[in-house]
Design a protein around this ligand. Structure first.
Ligand SMILES: [Zn+2]
Length: 433
């Protein structure tokens, strides 16, 4: 069976017409890596191998089960907003910034904002069916060297063999006789430490024509770990990024196991998508379920991990799975990353936090206390996870001042920059709830 400790899972997404395409699970052993793919082919479905794979790979199964079991171990009342720093690597073809596959910063920021709105359940007004995962993705504000960054890295990847013609390659494409660029080489072309950020590669094309794929955080922190998404799918009108991030945080498709009929669901916690409050459905069942007559089927039909249109839902059990996955997998390291806080970065590492903010989490405002020179005038700036300034204010002299943002800032994770004469002298993380 090969080295199960290096079990890697790819989920490959179709680019368009998600309702009509088919999924095909193929389990192969390639070199030492057992791998399965989700492959788009046509309107017929191949046999689903996932259950077999899991049963045949005890270490993989154990990893997933340990995360499920951690549901009991993790304190569910802890609902801190978890911030996952991301870096977006645009692997373009040499176009100017903002042109063609070298998509503009704004498009990337809007795509991240869309994903965050889906994850925080602020995307739709009638949002009672979904859940606030209390996880946000933050474009890194500092690079791995501590220098200020937008979290967006651009690299002309056209010199990588076969990248321009065929797109980034992966094993499934090779099996089909399609030779894209070497995946490890392509991702290694622009890649940040995987414990510092979750890497997202925006590519002009994926060999075989899919729109994205992501690695599960089970197994080792493999060099190719991260999310791949096409430039066409990386925008505010697409839910692909939110979906891929779901895989990256341990979620399977709601129709998992539905190749020849309905997915088994008698043991909902270890069958189908291993989630109990997503009724089983066939991939193409998006209005009426052939598998389950429950009115709850809408939780699958509109689920972000389905292939149905207008998807926006994460269920309560999916929320628990995501959060437990983060706490019990390689993703946990990202919670300690300074990519978005810069607390020990080159800019701020010598600062002993001469300011404090309270309460934090805050709701409508906070008090900032200056423990330093009491008469030092300073100003504060509040930035969101996209690096955009939402609020700035020049403060009076004195050692304490209340800052009200009058409900103008939505709940979430923010960076507070404390500046003096345009120089950042301290940073604080702020959670608004
Ligand atoms: Zn998927």
């Amino acid at each position: 069976m090969g080295n199960a400790s290096k079990l890697i899972i790819f989920i490959v997404e179709t680019n368009t017409t998600m309702k009509t395409i088919c999924t095909n699970f193929i389990f192969i052993s390639f070199l030492i890596l057992p791998i399965y793919f989700l492959q788009a082919q046509n309107n017929t479905c191949a046999n689903e191998q996932f259950q077999t794979i899991q049963l045949q790979n005890p270490e993989f199964r154990q990893q997933v089960e340990s995360i499920i079991n951690s549901n009991q171990a993790t304190n569910k009342t802890t609902e801190d907003v978890l911030v996952i720093p991301i870096a977006v690597h645009v692997l373009h073809l040499g176009e100017d910034s903002g042109v063609g596959s070298n998509i503009p910063d704004l498009q990337i920021q809007e795509a991240v904002e869309k994903a965050n709105s889906l994850w925080r359940n602020t995307f739709v007004t009638e949002n009672s069916l979904s859940n606030d995962i209390k996880v946000e993705f933050c474009l890194a504000q500092y690079d791995p060297h501590g220098n200020p960054s937008t979290g967006i890295v651009r690299a002309d990847a056209s010199s990588i063999p076969r990248y321009a013609e065929t797109g980034i390659g992966y094993i499934e494409a090779v099996l089909q006789g399609i030779f894209g660029s070497d995946e490890t080489q392509t991702k290694g072309f622009s890649d940040w430490d995987h414990n510092y950020v979750l890497n997202i590669w925006v590519v002009h094309k994926i060999a075989g024509g899919w729109g994205g794929y992501a690695f599960f955080p089970f197994g080792n922190n493999y060099p190719t770990d991260g999310v791949v998404i096409t430039a066409n799918s990386m925008n505010k009108n697409s839910t692909t990024l939110a979906h891929e991030l779901g895989h990256a945080m341990g979620l399977f498709h709601t129709f998992q196991g539905a190749e020849n009929g309905c997915p088994a669901n008698d043991l909902c916690f270890i069958q189908g998508d291993w989630i109990c409050d997503t009724p089983p459905h066939r991939r193409s069942d998006c209005n009426n379920s052939n598998c389950n007559n429950s009115p709850d089927s809408i939780l699958s039909f509109k689920n972000l991990m389905s292939y149905c249109s207008n998807r926006y839902i994460f269920t309560k059990d999916q929320k628990d799975r995501i959060r437990n996955t983060i706490f019990n997998s390689s993703r946990k390291a990202l919670l300690q990353s300074t990519a978005c806080t810069g607390v020990i970065s080159g800019i701020t590492k010598n600062i002993n936090h001469n300011f404090s903010i309270y309460p934090n989490p805050a709701s409508t405002g906070f008090t900032i206390s200056n423990r330093m020179n009491k008469n030092l005038p300073f100003e504060i700036e509040i930035r969101n996870s996209l690096g955009q300034t939402l609020f700035s204010k020049k403060l009076n002299s004195g050692n304490e001042q209340y800052i009200s943002f009058d409900n103008k800032i939505e709940k979430g994770f923010y960076l507070v920059l404390i500046k003096n004469e345009d120089k950042v002298i301290d940073t604080q993380t702020l959670i608004i709830q």
